[in-house]
Ligand binder design. Sequence first.
Ligand SMILES: [Zn+2]
Length: 371
Amino acid sequence: MNSAVLLAAALSARGMVLAAPPPAAAPSATPSASPTPAATPAAAEDAASPAPAAAEWTSELPRPTRRMNVDDAVQRIWYGAPQPRFRPTTAGEKEHLHALLTALTHALREDGTDATIDPAWEVLAHKAGFSLEAWTVDGESYWAMVEEEGDRRGAGAYILRVSPLEEKGPQILLEAPHVYYDLGTENLGASLFFSPPAGTRAPRALFTNTVHRYQNSPDPESRTPNNPADICHNADHLFTAATVDFAEAFASTATIELHGFADNDPEAKSGLKAGTSIVVSGGVAAGATPFSRRVADGLRGLDKGVRLFPEEAKALGATTNVQGMALRALKGALFVHVETSASMRHELNLDGEKRTAFGRALLDAAVKEGS
Ligand SMILES: [Zn+2]
């Protein structure tokens, strides 16, 4: 099934439409119009005569900064090209993205006001299979690690805010790991990341997926057991490694994952009380965490349907979420998983005031005392 059909199937199955439909996806989604780029003439030549000196990659200097608004960023991150076929992460990708994230977080620590890209970082990005780009979105500076054109494989996208590090409290990592399936989480995540509510701590990073979680299934709703493209259940994916890298780069972090469930989701129906609109979980079956409790309490003013897992909700608790598992093994790394119903996501994406209140609750809970 091609990506347009897949996306359309997911759209109708989830009973929801995107607030901002993906114009770039439609014209580019011809099923077999995206051959794998492995057989470029240069690659073929390298394979035929492996002269070591010819293989070194050098960046062109300097690359211009992309100037965008939030809608442009949504297009660039998620809808700029047809969905690629998923390819597993390699050890080299992890190693080089780790080195790159280490260099970038070090640079933020030294001087968070200079977004100039060091050529050495571009080389690291290339070795990890990424392009490192300087963006300004609505006037704010970011470093974006996006898959290289011609080497898209579902390895994710990783965007860092370039601003001086706050002296105290956690660095916030916002994650939208099921875009294309948890519909609307891209708009919600992008809005919260690029336009955080005034007076809140702006998230330091946005990490996200770049292929549909069930892309290897003939039916995107079938939830077949083996889904390596599902980054929340593939511990070996670069996304998990990058999440851990981020948490290890700072003494204190708070990771907030944005998810969505369908109003008619069978799991949700059996495990949730009627009227549930948001399920907040720390990913632990034994009980809420102080952080998940703060998030849920902060959201209660928004809607009567807010439930805390496992005390008030018996489903959608993210107990098998691999980012949660990895972060729980680290010191000073908070994690919360926030599931919003399709109708709640729709409201949040249409209603700016409600979205601001939602964002404020999440971000303020991250910087309050406690773990
Ligand atoms: Zn999800």
